[in-house]
Write a protein that binds this ligand. Structure first.
Ligand SMILES: [Zn+2]
Length: 676
């Protein structure tokens, strides 16, 4: 689904089992016994895993997280395959899931249709004659499958979190982030992007002699947009993104758009106030709309539409899209299998209907009870940590305690399921037309929230998602059913392993409520400063050390005349705080739960050692260099190796567990930093 996420919830991991046999708590073959923990703990704990799991051609990164996601895809596919075989009643969710899946699998039909499914929209775009026509098409695209120039959507008001508000934010770059357009080192990617554009324009029926100019036109528009867009680091400043404006002032300021036409075309209802997330970028888009040649604007809108559609059309469109967005940008040699691609569409489109079926088949109610207890234990431990902080005043501690006590905890699946009865899936229509209709349905659902109170029971991830999140505006932590499987949660594993895995994940999400972004929100989910100035200052000094630690890490060496690439400590700060907090709090909770001294070693490892080995196992992964470069610029999460090696270097209990007193892993006490 096209989503305009203005203030995203914070997940444990960027985007993607029945347990038939007993899964070992710690699989000793995951270790590399030739490596030394004090030299490279990540290699020691996960080297065997990497050796056993070389990168498959369809992956840019493959880790234990992705392995669980793959297993989960097999489960979901089982459910879908049963639906394909049964004749479900028209209008039932089973019919919708099965028809949507079938449409995606039907390569014969997709290839026969070629560009036909996108022709009507492209004809409309290429027929735009004036600025008013331009506005109307932008509104229609925003109401369906693409966000050219900017994005508009409804989300809770950051300073009045019980109510929904209308937001506008930067959007509309085909390559995603500004760096790809502006940085010298990305010149080759820009050339490849132009080749991609020519390819898909040709497939869409643009005349041969127009192709080069069409691609240049798109690049001119996007490069201009990129100049005023905010960087990923700048976007992490939530306070800077809260700029409410009256409707009148808004329409006067951004005057290139005929707003009445736009609201009507997109389906925006009545409002008197809008929050501008990135004012300078929206102003930049306004200038482009005013000044760019009409031909460039038409090509740009067409490319935005084609980008959204390409993966759901014939093989030649899909391959062109994969060649650029997969191969060039992430280094992945081969696309995912068709069934996986096809399956992800009904899984995303009818996500909670799938979730309801998934949970009934795969999620034991007893897991929910055990998780509830674990979360409580982690909450207690974090409370103890807050009390013990030396750098925080009693006044701020009391507020932090209140916020911790106010957490809403969501486990497994929602209490009420989303109703998809008005979402129509019609097998007579093309695959793409059905996807467009589903997107229109979702946009209408989102815009329908405008002016209404926030539904705090809503889930922002489906139960079958292998992930977890913290949402600052509802002060909630959420653990979908699918993450409650090994290696995260293993009902037959010892406590040390479960606390080192799912325990750290729970602690990680809780710590997000107190990371550099989350701490700006109070117990009610409102952006509201509850810190004394001195405590804010102390927090900043501590977290600056963490920023520097990660900034110093080289993720790719210098080569081909390019300088070495370093991790971005600012971009990943929230996640790095959460990883450290999660580890520390889960460690305390483990020690509250059992007397680790009284537990005999298992497989030769003490409980404390097993705790840290279990944590490292979560981040076992292999990754391509192109993907390292892309994630370092775009992902707020650190690379697996750094989530382990850089984070652990601050923890005395880690050194004690493995008897480390020197070596490359060892950081002298005065260079370490502990936040929560
Ligand atoms: Zn996180």
């Amino acid at each position: 689904m096209k989503k305009i996420l203005l203030f995203a919830t914070v997940a444990i991991m960027a985007s993607c089992q029945n347990q038939p046999a007993r899964v070992p708590a710690i699989d000793l073959t995951n270790l590399d016994p030739t490596a030394a923990p004090e030299v490279d703990f990540y290699q020691y704990a996960t080297g065997g895993w990497q050796e056993k799991n070389p990168l498959k051609p369809e992956f840019s990164r493959y880790g234990s997280f992705d392995m669980l996601r793959e297993n989960n895809e097999i489960r979901i596919n089982e459910l879908f395959s049963e639906m394909l075989d049964s004749k479900a009643a028209k209008g039932s969710v089973e019919q919708k899931i099965a028809d949507l899946y079938r449409l995606g699998l039907d390569s014969t039909r997709l290839n026969a249709e070629g560009a036909a499914p996108i022709r009507p929209a492209l004809d409309e775009i290429f027929a735009i004659a004036d600025r008013r026509g331009l506005t109307e098409v932008i509104g229609k695209l925003h109401g369906s499958v693409a966000n050219p120039f900017f994005g508009v959507g409804v989300q809770s008001d950051l300073m009045n979190s019980d109510m929904n508000a209308l937001y506008i934010s930067q959007s509309g770059l085909g390559m995603g982030t500004r760096d790809y357009y502006l940085d010298e080192e990305n010149a080759a990617i820009r050339e490849a992007y132009k080749e991609y554009l020519k390819k898909v324009f040709r497939l869409s029926g643009v005349a041969e002699e127009e192709l080069a100019e069409a691609a240049e036109g798109v690049m001119r528009v996007e490069t201009e947009l990129a100049r005023s867009q905010w960087s990923n680091v700048a976007l992490r400043n939530v306070a800077a993104r809260y700029n409410p404006m009256s409707r009148e002032e808004f329409e006067k300021t951004y005057d290139a758009v005929d707003w009445a036409t736009y609201y009507k075309a997109m389906g925006v209802g009545d409002f008197d106030r809008i929050i501008v997330a990135t004012p300078s970028a929206v102003a930049g888009a306004n200038e482009v709309l005013k000044n760019a040649p009409m031909a460039d604007l038409r090509y740009y809108l067409a490319s935005q539409y084609i980008n959204s559609a390409a993966s759901f059309l014939s093989d030649d469109f899909h391959d062109a899209s994969f060649d650029f967005f997969g191969k060039t940008m992430t280094g992945t040699p081969e696309p995912r299998a068709r069934w996986k691609r096809a399956m992800s569409v009904p899984n995303g489109t009818l996500s909670e209907a799938v979730g309801e079926i998934y949970v009934a088949r795969y999620f034991p109610e007893s897991d929910k009870e055990r998780m509830t207890q674990l979360v409580r234990n982690l909450q207690t431990a974090l409370g103890e940590h807050i009390d013990a902080l030396e750098w925080m005043s009693d006044e701020t501690k009391a507020r932090a305690r209140e916020k911790l006590a106010a957490f809403t905890v969501k486990i497994g699946y929602p209490d009420t399921w989303k109703d998809y009865s008005s979402l129509d899936i019609d097998p007579e229509k093309s695959y793409w037309e059905n996807i467009v209709n589903a997107n229109i349905w979702y946009t209408a659902e989102n815009l329908g929230k405008l002016g209404k109170p926030v539904d705090k029971d809503e889930w922002h991830m489906s139960p079958q998602t292998v992930n977890a999140y913290y949402n600052p505006t509802t002060n909630e932590i959420c653990f979908p059913a699918a993450i409650l499987q090994p290696p995260f949660y293993n009902s037959t594993a010892d406590d040390a392993v479960n606390y080192g895995a799912i325990g750290v994940v729970i602690g990680h999400e809780m710590t997000h409520g107190f990371d550099d972004q989350g701490r700006q929100f109070d117990k009610n989910g409102n952006m509201n400063n509850w810190w004394t100035e001195a405590d804010s200052e102390a927090f900043k000094l501590k977290t600056d050390v963490l920023v520097k630690q990660f900034d110093a890490v080289e993720v790719l060496p210098a080569r081909d005349g390019q300088p070495a690439l370093h991790a971005d400590g600012r971009l990943s700060l929230g996640e790095n705080i959460a990883d450290q907090g999660g580890l520390r709090v889960a460690y305390t909770a483990l020690h509250n739960a059992i007397d680790t001294e009284a537990v005999a070693p298992i497989d030769g490892f003490t409980p404390d050692q097993r705790f840290y080995l279990a944590y490292a196992t979560l981040w076992a992964q292999s990754i391509r260099d192109e993907e390292i470069a892309r994630l370092t610029k775009n992902d707020v999460h650190s690379l697996g190796v750094n989530r382990v090696n850089i984070t652990l270097r601050n923890l005395q209990s880690f050194y004690d567990a493995f008897g480390i007193t020197e070596g490359p892993m060892f950081l002298p006490a005065e260079e370490r930093v502990v936040v929560w």
